[in-house]
Design a protein around this ligand. Structure first.
Ligand SMILES: C[S@@+](CC[C@H](N)C(=O)[O-])C[C@H]1O[C@@H](n2cnc3c(N)ncnc32)[C@H](O)[C@@H]1O
Length: 201
């Protein structure tokens, strides 16, 4: 799906139908993202970037968990960003001082002054073309701390190694149901977020 063209609104949760699992699985699939990142090592004081955060399905859980000022999210769909910001207000999470931005080319403005312990691209690169993937790998590499980790879900497209994406990020691990069982979060054998790729420098 080309998410750059999606126009939607927060009325009657209309936007939820654009994401896999829809309104029915919304809560579970959001919670899964936080549980996954905690298993990878995310702590409340970690600095975290939610790449292609969409309308905040996972983002709301991350903001709740992380300490003040530690959550950064961006997406190129302005309607999703607007809904996410409204949800933050509705959920009384303004006090967490999150940064949520509309940005193209995987290059939000906060990349100029912020580095990250962890990054997540949840169901994002499977919707991206080759040029966008190059931008992703090039830009994320430079904002990650030395021990930092980038997690990419729905990674079946990643056939070779990151050299083809001109990046120093290396595939360190492929995460599967041994670390986290997605069936407990409403996925099936056929539709699921595996393989989940863990990259680092
Ligand atoms: C399937 S949705 C997942 C949203 C969110 N990660 C979640 O799981 O709830 C894919 C998201 O990636 C965003 N996206 C895709 N390509 C992008 C790009 N090049 N830059 C920023 N966002 C992008 C879309 O706008 C959409 O919000």
């Amino acid at each position: 799906m080309d998410y750059s063209k999606v126009k939607t609104t927060s009325r009657f949760d209309q936007y939820k139908k654009f994401l896999g699992g829809g309104a029915k699985n919304w809560e579970y699939r959001g919670k899964f993202q936080l549980d996954l990142m905690k298993l990878v090592g995310l702590l409340p004081n970690s600095t975290f970037v939610d790449i292609g955060c969409g309308p905040g399905r996972g983002g709301i859980h991350f903001i709740n968990y992380l300490n003040k000022g530690k959550y950064f999210g961006f997406d190129y769909n302005k309607d999703f960003i607007s809904i996410f910001r409204k949800t933050v207000v509705k959920e009384k999470l303004i006090k967490k001082h999150s940064t949520i931005e509309c940005a193209n080319n995987f290059l939000p403005s906060f990349f100029k002054m912020q580095s990250f312990d962890y990054a997540l691209a949840f169901s994002v690169l499977n919707h991206a073309n080759y040029a966008q993937k190059i931008n992703f790998f090039r830009n994320i590499e430079f904002v990650l701390i030395r021990e930092g980790r980038v997690i990419v879900t729905h990674g079946n497209w990643f056939l070779d190694n990151s050299k083809i994406f001109k990046s120093n990020l290396k595939l360190l691990r492929i995460i599967d149901s041994n670390l986290i069982d997605c069936r407990k979060y409403g996925w099936s054998e056929i539709e699921n977020p595996y393989p989940i790729l863990e990259f680092g420098i």
